[in-house]
Design a protein around this ligand. Structure first.
Ligand code: GDP
Ligand code: ZN
Length: 312
């Protein structure tokens, strides 16, 4: 969308865009009807906000270029609908990693590496704590014995309300459904390394041409070598956030109350616990523990909860 505005600085042509990546002090922005550009922050924006998190990957921005110099500036950042956050190194305050994420795709494999409930739940908690819906992508369905694992995963998660999509980058299983999910929205791809995130994305959108393989393949990719997060535009419309740092996600001191709220099936029973602020670990008359006893809450999920509770 192009807008023309008049201000003290003269007439400017503004466009809407999407922040793809921060490179030093510059931002790579995908601009409707223009393409990819590099822009700096307008001075006013630079000073207004705190130095960190000023513009992040995924931000919807307004950019303009001055006809005199031809350089682009980001004039405005729209309020964020959602934020994917992670602990800053050294346990400082949480850092916004990607903005305006519509859903978190938690990618896991049935084998190689074997499906791990602890790992799955850690990523699901991340999405819940950020208020972003998650979808489980269960990859490598072509491997022998996969359907037994898939059945167990489905039984655990569909009841809670998570969609589970079985895929294979090798046979193409589930790829059309995945494409439909990704189309027109911003998805953050998270999951342990080696589960096939890059492979499955290459199957969805061959143009991405992401490096795949078992060993240190994060070295170079596309035009930039990056350790930061970047948004990859899909040919079908929409973006996928490539989040290298999220293969080993650490939570950021989520409070125990908040942690229990990040397990959707705990919410209803936890209202019946005798104590407010019950951590569902040792307290008498804990309705969550009772729900685990009778099998309403699955043991695997409760185990994950306890591991995360002790981690924090
Ligand atoms: P990432 O670290 O999650 O991005 O994983 P990669 O995409 O690099 O894949 C890791 C390894 O798993 C590579 O050797 C891939 O060839 C292999 N792989 C990925 N997807 C599949 C799949 O659906 N089936 C099988 N059998 N192997 C896969
Ligand atoms: Zn309780």
């Amino acid at each position: 969308m192009r807008q023309t505005t008049s201000s003290a600085e003269g007439t400017q042509h503004g466009w809407g865009g999407r922040g793809l990546e921060a490179i030093g002090g510059l931002y790579r922005v995908q601009v409707d009807e223009v393409g990819e550009i590099e822009a700096s922050l307008r001075g006013r924006l630079k000073h207004a906000a705190r130095a960190v998190d000023r513009v992040v990957t995924g931000d919807v921005v307004m950019v303009s270029n001055t006809s005199s110099s031809g350089s682009w500036t980001i004039d405005k950042v729209q309020a964020r609908d959602s934020r994917l956050v992670r602990a800053a190194p050294g346990g400082q305050r949480p850092k916004v990693v990607v903005a305006n994420v519509d859903h978190v795709m938690v990618v896991l494999s049935v084998f190689q590496p074997a499906f791990d409930f602890r790992s799955a739940d850690r990523f699901l908690v991340l999405g819940e704590a950020c208020g972003i819906p998650s979808v489980i992508i269960l990859n490598k369905m072509d491997l022998p014995g996969a359907s037994a694992v898939a059945e167990k995963v489905l039984r655990t998660y569909e009841k809670i309300g998570y969609a589970v999509l079985s895929t294979s980058a090798q046979t193409g299983e589930g790829v059309e459904r995945l494409k439909a999910l990704l189309k027109g929205s911003v998805s953050a791809l998270v999951g342990p390394s080696g589960v096939g995130k890059s492979s499955i994305m290459n199957t969805v959108c061959p143009k991405l041409n992401l490096r795949t393989g078992p060993v240190s393949r994060r070295g170079g990719r596309g035009r930039h070598t990056t350790v930061g997060v970047c948004l990859l535009p899909l040919t079908t419309g929409g973006w996928v956030a490539d989040t290298p740092g999220f293969s080993d996600v650490s939570l950021w001191g989520v409070e125990s109350r908040e942690l229990s709220g990040a397990f959707p099936e705990f919410r209803e029973p936890s209202e019946r616990c005798r104590f407010r602020g019950c951590t569902h670990s040792h307290e008498p008359d804990c309705a969550v523990l009772a729900a685990v006893e009778v099998g309403e809450i699955r043991k695997e999920r409760y185990k994950s909860y306890r591991v995360l509770l002790e981690d924090n």
